[in-house]
Every structure is written in structure tokens, then in C-alpha cells.
Design a protein around this ligand. Sequence first.
Ligand SMILES: Cc1cc2nc3c(=O)[nH]c(=O)nc-3n(C[C@H](O)[C@H](O)[C@H](O)COP(=O)(O)O)c2cc1C
Length: 127
Amino acid sequence: MLVVYISLTGQTRRFVHKLGMPLLEITPENAFQTISEPFIVIAPTYDIEATEILNDFIETGHNRYYFKGVCGSGNRNFNTLFCFTAKDLSHDYEVPLLHCFEFQGSENDVSTVKEKVAQLGQSEISQ
Ligand SMILES: Cc1cc2nc3c(=O)[nH]c(=O)nc-3n(C[C@H](O)[C@H](O)[C@H](O)COP(=O)(O)O)c2cc1C
């Protein structure tokens, strides 16, 4: 499973490098590329102006078809706005919200995301 992410201050980038999975960092320069393999998105939480390149990527070509789930990195001090970017992506593209964590995540967060991705793989096979 490919892990697609953005990172403005490096927290999400640190997290994804702990997963041991193939990575694709989305930047304004590469947001409109097409891919043809299943991916999850790991999204830090910011106003839409900062995160909409993820929407651009998901909506490019047939990328949306390969979008299987989303995780969020955020800060619980934002209370009800904790990880709203990932929650919005889950809602808007009808994919499961796999996990939300703070900043660069803990070892537990890394394990949880790996488990959720493995479960996603299993549900794909059984369909
Ligand atoms: C300007 C700003 C706004 C933020 N807004 C939210 C928010 O609404 N909800 C939330 O959960 N985290 C919010 N955060 C926290 C970041 O999403 C969090 O620190 C994340 O780990 C940053 O990931 P990055 O370093 O990969 O960009 C905000 C951070 C900044 C700097």
C-alpha cells in the first residue's frame, strides 16, 4: 500500500518514515500526477488552503479509485477541530478514517496504522 502525504512542518513526514511502507509526498509540483496502485492518505490538519493539494491529487485521473483510507495528524488542543482534515477527506471521498494521532505519532500509532492497513488489504482480498 502506497502512503501519500503532505507535511508543512515535518511531523507527518517523520511519522510516515516510521511505517516502512512506500511513500509519496505531495507538493504543488507533483499534485496532478496519476497513479494506478492502492494508496492511503496521511493528512496533517490545516485550513483547506493548505491541504487542498491532497484533493487535487485524489481527483486527478483515476486516482480516486485507488484511494482506500485516510489517517490524520493533528493537535488535541484544537478540541472539536482535532484532525478535521482527515475526517473531511473520509467523509467527502467515502473512505474509512483509519486513525488519528498527534504530531509525529507514538510507536503505538505506528503499530495501529500498520494493523489498519493490513486489515484493509484483507478486506480487499475477500471482496
Ligand atoms: C496554523 C496551524 C493550524 C492548525 N490547525 C489544527 C487544527 O485545526 N486541528 C488539529 O488537529 N491540528 C491543527 N494543527 C496542528 C497540526 O496539524 C499538527 O501539528 C500536525 O502534526 C502538523 O503536521 P506537519 O508537521 O506534517 O505539517 C495546526 C497547526 C498549525 C501550525
